[in-house]
Design a protein around this ligand. Sequence first.
Ligand code: F6P
Length: 551
Amino acid sequence: MYPSISPQNTNAWKALEAHIMLEMGFTLEELFEQDQERFRKFSLEVNDIFLDFSKTHIVQKTLDILLSLAYNCELPSAIQAMFSGEKINQTENRAVLHTALRNFSDEPVFIDGDDIMPEIQRVRDQIKDFSEKLHVGALTGYSGKKIDTIVNIGIGGSDLGPKMVCNALKHYAVEGISIHFVSNIDNSDIHETLKQINPETSLFLIVSKTFNTQETISNAQVTREWLSKNSSKEAAKQHFFAVTANNEAAEAFGINTENIFRFWDFIGGRFSLWSAVGLSIACYIGYDHFDKFLRGAHQMDKHFQTAPFKENMPVIMALLSILYINFHDMNNEAILPYDYYLKYFPSYLQQVVMESNGKSVNRLGYYAELSTSPIIWGEVGTNSQHSFFQLIHQGTVKVPAIFMAPAIPLNGSIERHNILLSNFIAQTEALMRGKQEEEVLQEMKKKKYSSEEIDKLLPYKIFDGDSPTFSLLYKKLTPEILGNLIALFEHRTFVQGVIWNIYSFDQFGVELGKELAKEALPELEGKESSSKHDVSTKGLIEKIKKLRTEQ
Ligand code: F6P
């Protein structure tokens, strides 16, 4: 097991504090004036993904100290511990082996002395077999018609990952198959989905690691009733499949044993899309594409495991993000894909990053005394330019932003794609350069503003600039590249957790709200009334009931 080290006590952390206070303080523009080689020095290329991090506030010495921080915090042994199946999720006494799901190296992977690869291969074969049967029309519903619709019912990691990937790889979708995702306990979610589908030709994948998540089980029950009404209880059964680590609960729900796809407790929910949780992906884009997607992630795993840290993309991205969070007090990051297909990438990443590293207690059990996970938010470009970019350019909050874009479009002409990319390029440039008073003044004079207008409007037209950005350019959105990109962000998250010395693979913080919801439910139903609540909570429950009686 890798040791527990408080990063603030390392030499590198102290050196970084001194370096930033005494030797830095330059604007991005000044840094570029000082060194014309920045782009060459501060960029990296891995597996057709190019990272430009030159528009960040670093010089070579900053990077060197950040790299020594990674060594001071024993990152190499943490990486080794994760890949080799040590139980690094110590609060749940589990290994963390989503990397084994995309291991194509022929190397065994052991947990407690057992090689888990044969079982992983068995489930891969099961996914392949199922998706191929679907595509050749061998899967039929209760009335004998061919299945053409898949509905994934799950939430959190059992939804966000597969939904994001299916949307991202829509271009590769198998013709004639449609896919839906239902996650919310809000009945409108399942209601609107069932309205669109034909019960005779739809299959339902109930995806839940624990198989006791309220939203998922409730949505599955509603669906089962709906299907039974259209057919019969027995007939409905053949339309239900489960993806779970809890076979017993799935069987108890009434899912046939042969319809259960297994995954394991060493796969965290938010890292599960590489497992049978990705069944909807294989159904939607075909097993060959799913295989390429897994292999893409494996490429990034190999890079992460073997590349020296100074050339290691997840490590560099993690360290620079730490620089802004812990040394410049910028505790949020915007994820801005200039790629229509990556619409759900920011919301997917919110779970990966914030559920993993939204922690305040360190691995020694003490308050961590440093900022941990950034707040992740974002939206596709160029739409976001017309909503929240005003704040990024002229607001009072500094936002490090990760821009992402493909060089080659999947649809349409290069000419039109160039319009998109010109926006991508222009925004990172504008965020760096800003527009200073002198420049604004000259421009206003040129446009013949009166001196009164200049006095009045000048302050509003100034852009401070000097905002850090990262540009992630990839050749084209293929299954392999998407696999690489996701694994890149997974490993970035892992590295940050190691350096902050927190446990990244549990999520106890989501439990309290679930428990209290269980208490509030009977009260809303009028079965109980509790005096335990504060007056606000009690008042809200009463207000809901009153509003209903007034209907
Ligand atoms: O409530 C959070 C969480 O436990 C996530 O970590 C998980 O991805 C999600 O709920 C769904 O859990 P399950 O797959 O067990 O239904």
